[in-house]
Design a protein around this ligand. Structure first.
Ligand code: 3HC
Length: 318
């Protein structure tokens, strides 16, 4: 991280704009590393939204009621839209959709670790909506104030839809907990499997984070990984207790002096396994994405041909 002495005049002007809470727009001067860091984070965010449709989409045909099916379809469609907003935001930085998808398929680009776990029962759909979307909301509300304009504006729009996602998931869990013993057991089993992977969503401890220090200086990140994780734990524990679920952490306890819940150690070896491609569903998720991408090639080709034809017509008319 450069000190002020080493910064060029452009970098000093840029940092002063960021410090003054100005939004950086696509045509503004920006350090190349700022641009690259944003392409990395925004494209991985977009990949996460799209890959995240798989575990939930897996249950659309098996939803227990027509209403639950309609709600789940709406949520999965929303996630596709979130991916589009974010790919579009990343494209304003000079990358292309093809480059981003290519990096996803080659493994050069990551997506959220959480989506590499299987959705085994209907209660998983409740746990994903409740926990994963809660975690996403905690993270994304903070990102509404990120320094890059297109990313911040995409976050404002996405956050509006996430609250519906979280509420429908929590409603599934609450309904199951008011049901038969087998339904309560299914909800508790889902919480047991999704709790710790949800805490991993916030990334490594800030002290081990490769990007946090610089991302905080450039106000790409507004709050650290650990601070966001703690907010998520504090709220989710209360929500679990409110419906009779037990959080699977023997070290969980309210710390009056901190004003937060103390919680146990995260299995960072599992985290590293999952983000390096060796989680329970990594291969399945990528194979599915590649297959869908290949099957959709004809749509992209037709759109490109239509656009070219329309462009020729416009040029001929000029
Ligand atoms: N899954 C996968 N990779 C992760 C990760 C996770 N949960 N947490 C961290 N990483 C990766 C980082 O990408 C980075 O690797 P890279 O250099 O190859 O990109 C490395 O681990 C070190 O982590 P850092 O904390 O240093 O990285 P960041 O500063 O980028 O912080 C982050 C990680 C907090 C996830 C940040 O990138 C971020 O806020 N991203 C935007 C939010 C996002 O992507 N959310 C994903 C979920 S989307 C979702 O849930 C959809 C919902 O609607 C269902």
């Amino acid at each position: 991280m450069s000190t002020n002495v080493e910064l060029s005049s452009n970098e000093r002007i840029f940092q002063a704009r960021v410090d003054a809470e100005e939004k950086i727009e696509p045509k503004d001067w920006m350090p190349e590393k700022y641009r690259q860091n944003l392409i990395r984070q925004i494209s991985q965010h977009a990949h996460s939204e799209v890959i995240g449709e798989q575990p939930e989409g897996n249950w659309i045909t098996r939803a227990p009621t027509l209403e639950r099916k309609a709600i789940l379809m709406a949520k999965v469609q929303d996630e596709a839209g979130h991916g589009l907003y974010l790919y579009a935001a990343a494209e304003t930085l000079g990358t292309t959709r093809e480059e981003m998808i290519g990096r996803l398929h080659s493994g050069a680009s990551k997506y959220a670790s959480i989506f590499n776990y299987p959705s085994l029962t209907w209660a998983d759909i409740g746990a994903i909506g409740w926990l994963v979307d809660s975690a996403a909301i905690v993270n994304q509300v903070s990102l509404q104030n990120t320094s890059y304009g297109p990313y911040a504006r995409a976050m404002v729009r996405i956050c509006k839809e996430e609250s519906f996602h979280q509420r429908q998931g929590y409603n599934i869990m609450m309904t199951l907990m008011q049901g038969a013993q087998s339904q309560r057991a299914m909800a508790q089993d889902a919480l047991n499997r999704w709790w710790w992977p949800s805490l991993m969503m916030f990334g490594p401890h800030d002290g081990e984070s490769a990007h946090s220090a610089q991302s905080m200086k450039w106000k790409i990140k507004r709050r650290g990984n650990d601070e966001l994780r703690q907010q998520f734990v504090d709220q989710a524990v209360q929500q679990a207790l409110a419906i009779g679920l037990e959080v699977p952490d023997a070290d969980l306890s309210w710390n009056e002096s901190r004003g937060h819940d103390d919680f146990g150690d995260i299995d960072w070896q599992e985290f590293e396994r999952v983000i390096s491609g060796n989680g329970p569903c990594n291969r399945q998720r990528l194979a599915h994405h590649k297959r869908a991408h290949d099957e959709g090639a004809w749509v992209r080709e037709a759109m490109a041909a239509h656009e070219a034809k329309h462009r020729h017509k416009t040029e001929d008319a000029a």
